[in-house]
Design a protein around this ligand. Structure first.
Ligand code: SF4
Length: 320
């Protein structure tokens, strides 16, 4: 297998003024050389191009591309694209994220059906649907999530659906709309430890995000809940353990831990590259705390291998 060190900047995601206007006055920090264990498959196989063609033909946005995900080569080769709904422009400006910030476009009423058609064309057994933050909408985009889930149920009834949602902060009733649409998995990433929220996720509130996950489980225990952290932002081991405990109190089923990679010099610096053995140790500690599933490795992303992980999660609930 050919592997390369994928430099996210080489994907054309330069520290451009238009893409991240809010970061223009931030100090630059050097992009550290990635260690050898962060190796990814080069995009370009035939199956990769088929996936890209289907995404383009349906006029869809993927987080794989917008976030400059290092796993694109391997995921798209397996037709696993994660769709980002409600446009490519986000109303938040998280310090880790490569998605563009600005004033988003109006919602596209045709998007739910195009997503469903694309998922059917890709033949996905499991799909992950995420979105930009839409603080500009009265419901934060909750109803649009529900429309997408309904369209998927109609066009691809065998496909299980995982939503990776924003926090719906100050959007009264929004979460209820998504829960009522009954996704198979509800994922909301805490992203980092509470002490890092002001510098990493300034528009969000740690305990609000935690409570969001807890409310999903309280309202519909049949929905699997999932959350994830990026490591390497300067958090301590004790802080990570505290977040694990908080997530278990919130009854979250599945934890993902991956290495933070810095998209551009204007983004939050990588404070540490966590060794694979340390990820393995965190996985053991998380499993001991009672998570049904844990995925922890440098290249773990919340949608990476989501289909296979969901199958394992279901099996663990069934006691298989
Ligand atoms: S890990 Fe997720 S975001 Fe990254 S390429 Fe795979 S499906 Fe896309």
């Amino acid at each position: 297998m050919n592997t390369i060190l994928l430099d996210i900047d080489s994907r054309g995601r330069a520290a451009g003024a238009a893409r991240h206007p809010e970061k223009q006055n931030r100090a630059e920090s050097p992009l550290l050389r990635k260690p050898d264990w962060i190796r990814v498959k080069a995009p370009g196989s035939e199956a990769f191009h088929v996936t890209r063609k289907i995404v383009r033909e349906h006029g869809l946005v993927t987080v794989c591309e917008e976030a400059g995900c290092p796993n694109m080569g391997s995921c798209w080769e397996e037709k696993h694209a994660t769709f980002m709904i409600m446009g490519a422009i986000c109303t938040r400006a998280c310090a880790f994220c490569n998605v563009a910030t600005g004033l988003p476009d109006a919602l596209d009423a045709g998007e739910p059906n195009r997503i469903a058609d694309a998922v059917a064309a890709l033949g996905l057994a499991h799909v992950v649907i995420t979105s930009v933050d839409r603080d500009d909408l009265p419901d934060g985009g909750a109803q649009h999530f529900a429309h997408v889930i309904a369209a998927l149920r109609a066009a691809a009834p065998q496909t299980t659906v995982e939503v990776l949602t924003p926090d719906f902060l100050r959007k009264e009733g929004a979460l209820d709309v998504v829960i009522a649409a009954r996704p198979d998995v509800f994922n909301h990433n805490l992203e980092t430890v509470p002490g890092k929220y002001p510098s990493v996720r300034p528009g969000a509130r740690y305990f609000h995000s935690l409570r969001l996950l807890q409310r999903v489980k309280e309202q519909d225990p049949s929905i699997f809940t999932k959350s994830g952290l990026m490591l390497g932002l300067g958090e301590t081991r004790a802080e990570i353990m505290q977040v694990m405990d908080d997530l278990r109190v919130a009854d979250v089923d599945f934890l993902t831990l991956g290495q933070y990679l810095q998209p551009t010099r204007k983004h939050h610096p990588v404070m540490a590259f966590i060794e694979p053995s340390a990820f393995k140790a965190y996985e053991m500690l998380a499993l001991a705390r009672g998570f049904s599933m844990v995925s922890a490795s440098p290249l773990t992303r919340s949608s990476h291998h989501a289909g296979a992980d969901f199958a394992r999660l279901k099996a663990s609930r069934a006691g298989v």
